[in-house]
Design a protein around this ligand. Structure first.
Ligand SMILES: Nc1nc2c(c(=O)[nH]1)N[C@H]1C(S)=C(S)[C@@H](COP(=O)(O)O)O[C@H]1N2
Ligand SMILES: [Mo]
Length: 261
């Protein structure tokens, strides 16, 4: 079964379930009901993927399949002064902080991240807007870093906090600003072998457009989960403290938290 088929099947199942529910009560259907339908489709996708296996791999491709043009989407360059200052130094003084429910909080430099054992994978990126592109990504597995940090027993989610205040005003952008881009994943995806912090794309250091200095690749989910410009990783038991509490910038605006492909 290929990716397209699986995606098609899931899409059909979700639509059919929605149709059944709506036809029974279209006069009284309100936001809450629509939300419940959306949430049940999302839950079905999550259950389906967990059934395939915690470590089921997203398809990988060969160098011949690489897209000649991989679109830059969302933020093209964070204009926040802190990011601009780090960019001017070629990220020499940038560090990735891993904090929260860990036994050994750490701050890793880009040089340290680059020196870690890395995974290289050629995968297809699917944006919810309807475009796809195949790229090659290289970086350490997130699981390697989390094992080094040592998760506490109440850890449930990994929150990736980004540099860009997408769509927001720079002057209003604190770390907890509702327009600061962020994302979150559960521990199954965090320790999945294809979940990496990519520092390179197609064999070159990540460009600013694609998320320099590092971006997440979480290959069984849609594009918006692949956080660019990752500045900090928080290990948490709840997503309540971030944005408006739905676990991501786009999730806070109605998108599914589990964006399974
Ligand atoms: N920090 C940050 N990460 C982000 C975004 C963004 O705007 N800001 N856009 C998301 C979306 S919707 C997609 S499709 C991909 C685009 O990645 P690309 O620019 O490398 O194509 O990044 C995702 N991660
Ligand atoms: Mo996207």
């Amino acid at each position: 079964m290929n990716l397209t088929t699986r995606r098609g099947l899931i899409g059909f199942g979700g639509a059919a379930a929605g149709g059944l529910l709506l036809s029974g009560c279209d006069a009284v259907v309100g936001n809450a009901k629509l939300k419940a339908v959306a949430q049940s489709a999302e839950a079905a996708t999550l259950r389906w993927q967990r059934l395939i296996g915690r470590n089921g791999l997203a398809p990988e491709f060969s160098a011949a399949d690489l897209s000649p043009n991989f679109k830059v989407n969302g933020t093209r360059e964070p204009m926040e002064p802190e990011y601009q200052a780090m960019k001017a130094e070629n990220f020499a003084n940038w560090t990735l902080a891993i904090t929260g429910l860990v036994n050994n909080p750490m701050a890793l430099s880009l040089a340290q991240l680059r020196s870690l054992p890395a995974r290289t994978q050629i995968t297809r990126h699917d944006c919810v807007e309807g475009w796809s592109a195949i790229g090659q990504w290289t970086g350490p597995q997130l699981g390697t870093l989390l094992k080094a940090a040592g998760l506490k027993t109440n850890a449930r989610y990994i929150v990736l906090r980004c540099a860009d205040n997408y769509g927001g005003q720079v002057s209003k952008g604190g770390a907890q600003s509702t327009s600061r881009y962020y994302e979150s994943i559960d521990l199954v995806d965090a320790f999945h072998p294809q979940t990496i912090l990519a520092h390179s794309m197609n064999g070159s250091p990540l460009s600013v457009g694609h998320g320099a200095p590092i971006r997440l690749r979480v290959e069984r989910q849609l594009g918006y989960k692949h956080a660019k410009y990752v500045m900090q990783i928080d290990v948490v038991s709840s997503l309540a403290g971030y944005g408006s509490g739905h676990g991501g910038y786009w999730e806070d605006r109605g998108y599914e938290w589990y964006a399974g492909i």
